[in-house]
Design a protein around this ligand. Structure first.
Ligand code: AMP
Ligand code: GLY
Length: 435
């Protein structure tokens, strides 16, 4: 009998996970997506159900005899979906609620990093508004970074260039409570200079298996300008992380984290994502996430060679050391197509064309898409599609991804034109003619 898998989530990341279940796993009989999207529906059975309604999701998994559930986004993890499934006797890939605090509480993550000597920005933590205001007036060197404690969909971080901007951020987070209870505590931290990159690994609480490095593009406009988004594109590998640095990251960051958590009584299973600043003093942690990045998943998963189901199942079983994994030496670039206006307000329901004219080796991961009442594929979110391409080097991957992007159209289509350029510059492959 084949394996039955259920994937929780509805974005490009979840589509990439499902792609790997179909193309990098054997013996998969059935894939369910809760709730999925129009593109995922071509590869899996989408079930319209609230992923946060654990009772309902659990009884569905039992009824369908699901062998493994894979959780894409952070929210269900932070709310304890893994604990609930395990209690019901079901197999689920991801960290427990207490482990997911690593992403759900920046204050707690800072405490863990401090306790286990994991390199990160110097920081101060406040739960009292007046004390925080007093502190920002005492700071001599701006900019500083102000972070709401809890989940804020990537929007709870402010880079303040002056005491006035810092005060504005404090007001928004702590007084106006624009992120709700996430604003009960804040972190004020040192501004780090350098280049950002991500290292994402699968762990079973003992063994750590890092994927190739990647780099996200969080800002909406070219040149990293404008407000932050969920991520406008990514590439892998990130040349800023060479072999020695990747070993250093494993030894100084990932290993002490997993060991430290074990010391706290937490066996961490699932994906651990280190968002890093590569500074002149070495790699420092900006944040930990407890799941694959989106769109980083769309560039690292296509490079996976092995059995993806087996990999995740082994993490749950604590048997990751039994896995033999290889990575495609091809590089991967992903460009996100977004709706005009994102990350602010945007319209939905724009007809998407051109997807059937793409080369076969281009990977199209759907994020915010739906079918309208005439059965046409339409936009249904801020980030609409993530287009990934592999190439023998970053330049070839970038060229292929953008050639595909040019063929896809919808009213208000927006994308960044400089995905992977930082990496290309570092490799000496950057040319303005390609822009
Ligand atoms: P975070 O969600 O904590 O990763 O923060 C979101 C973004 O804010 C990061 O991707 C960085 O671009 C920026 N950021 C966060 N912390 C710092 C820091 N200490 N120094 C410089 N930039 C930062
Ligand atoms: N792309 C950043 C994230 O997934 O958090």
């Amino acid at each position: 009998m084949g394996r039955k898998v259920m994937v929780i989530g509805s974005g490009g990341r979840e589509h990439a996970i499902i792609w790997a279940l179909k193309n990098r796993s054997i013996d998969i009989e059935q894939i369910y997506a809760i709730p999925g999207n129009a593109g995922i529906a071509q590869d899996a059975s989408c079930v319209s159900m609230d992923p946060l309604d654990f009772e309902k999701v659990i009884s569905f998994a039992k009824e369908k005899k699901v062998d493994l559930t894979i959780v894409g986004p952070e929210k269900p993890l932070a709310e304890g979906i893994v604990d609930a499934f395990e209690k019901a006797g079901l197999t689920i890939f991801g960290p427990s609620k207490s482990a997911a605090r690593l992403e759900a509480s920046k204050v707690w993550a800072k405490e863990i990093m401090r306790k286990y000597n994991i390199p990160t920005a110097e920081s101060n933590i406040f739960s009292n508004y007046d004390k925080a205001v007093k502190f920002i007036h005492s700071i001599k060197n701006y900019p500083v970074v102000i972070k709401a404690d809890g989940l804020a969909a990537g929007k709870g971080v402010f880079i303040a260039n002056s005491v006035e901007e810092a005060k504005d951020a404090l007001d928004k987070i702590m007084l106006e409570k624009v992120f709700g209870a996430s604003g009960n505590q804040i972190v004020v931290e040192e501004y780090l200079e350098g280049e950002e990159a991500s290292v994402i690994a699968v762990t079973d609480g003992q063994y750590i298996l890092p994927f190739p490095s990647s780099q996200d593009h969080k800002a909406i406009y070219d040149g990293d300008k404008g407000p932050n988004t969920g991520g406008m594109g990514a590439y892998s590998s990130a040349p800023v992380i060479d072999y020695n640095l990747s070993k250093e990251i494993e030894i100084r960051i990932l290993r002490p984290l997993i060991e430290g958590l074990k010391n706290e009584g937490i066996v961490y299973k699932g994906v651990v994502y280190a968002g890093l600043m590569i500074t002149k003093d070495g790699p420092k942690v900006l944040e930990f996430n407890v799941r694959f990045g989106d769109p980083e998943a769309q560039v690292i998963i296509p490079r996976f060679k092995g059995d993806f189901y087996d990999l995740l199942y082994a993490s749950v079983q604590g048997k990751l050391n039994s896995q033999s994994v290889n990575w495609d030496s091809q590089q991967c670039v992903c460009v996100v197509l977004a709706s005009q206006g994102y990350p602010g307000a945007y319209e939905k329901g724009k007809v998407i064309t051109g997807l059937d004219s793409l080369d076969e080796d281009v990977l199209v991961f759907h994020a915010g898409t739906a079918l309208d009442n005439q059965g046409r594929l339409v936009t249904n979110g801020g980030r609409v599609l993530a287009i990934s391409a592999l190439g023998d080097d970053l330049l070839e991957a970038k060229t292929k991804a953008y050639m595909a992007v040019e063929k896809i159209d919808f009213d208000g289509r927006y994308f960044r034109t400089d995905i992977a350029d930082k990496g290309l510059r570092r490799l000496g492959l950057f040319s303005d003619e390609l822009r």
